[in-house]
Design a protein around this ligand. Structure first.
Ligand SMILES: CC(C)(COP(=O)(O)OP(=O)(O)OC[C@H]1O[C@@H](n2cnc3c(N)ncnc32)[C@H](O)[C@@H]1OP(=O)(O)O)[C@@H](O)C(=O)NCCC(=O)NCCS
Length: 156
């Protein structure tokens, strides 16, 4: 079992490379270095020695809503359950924070459906979540799928 840990500042450069490797292939949204530095407290990583082999972020959007962002696992570390571990850690943190709903926007809905996420119409999400869409090369023709996960037992 790999250890999921909070990201450190020195991980940012590797996280940036990992995320943008998949962004260049059109599989996820690109992130700038400054954006990752500014939001570094949102990120979890999995390390192999000094190497960052995976990352994901939980970003709080509102009273009752958080987003799982920038989930990426290095090609040579995929299919070992690391992506699943990162999703579980993000959901755990959302629950600890008392946030009722976690959403994600992805080209890979099947991966998230395994955890109990269900697809929703993107327009059902509050407008606030679209703040970064204007930077997406595909804007306004978004073909990502929105999914939500309701955390049981969370009262707001
Ligand atoms: C999507 C992504 C994060 C998944 O990461 P991962 O670490 O490979 O995920 P997991 O290992 O938890 O699950 C992937 C598959 O491996 C399988 N798996 C998990 N552990 C396994 C093991 N020990 N042996 C064999 N297969 C295993 C899972 O059942 C799953 O199977 P499926 O593809 O048939 O559903 C990764 O492929 C990635 O970074 N993709 C590019 C970016 C992206 O799409 N990000 C997500 C949304 S923005």
């Amino acid at each position: 079992m790999n250890r999921v840990e909070k990201a450190r500042i020195r991980d940012v450069d590797q996280m940036h490379k990992l995320i943008n490797y998949y962004a260049d292939k059109g599989e996820m949204l690109a992130r700038s270095l400054s954006e990752i530095y500014e939001n570094v407290r949102d990120y979890f990583v999995v390390r192999q020695g000094e190497r960052v082999i995976a990352c994901a972020a939980l970003h709080v959007s509102w009273l009752d809503l958080a987003e799982i962002k920038s989930l990426a696992v290095a090609e040579d570390s995929r299919k070992q359950g690391i992506g699943a571990q990162l999703v579980e850690v993000c959901l755990k943190e959302a629950k600890e924070l008392g946030i009722a709903t976690v959403f994600c926007l992805t080209y890979n809905p099947a991966f998230f459906e395994r955890f109990g996420f269900s697809q929703v119409d993107k327009m059902e999400l509050p407008r606030k979540v679209w703040t970064e869409c204007y930077r997406c090369p595909k804007f306004p023709n978004c073909d990502e799928v929105a999914l939500v996960y309701q955390l049981e037992g969370v009262r707001i």
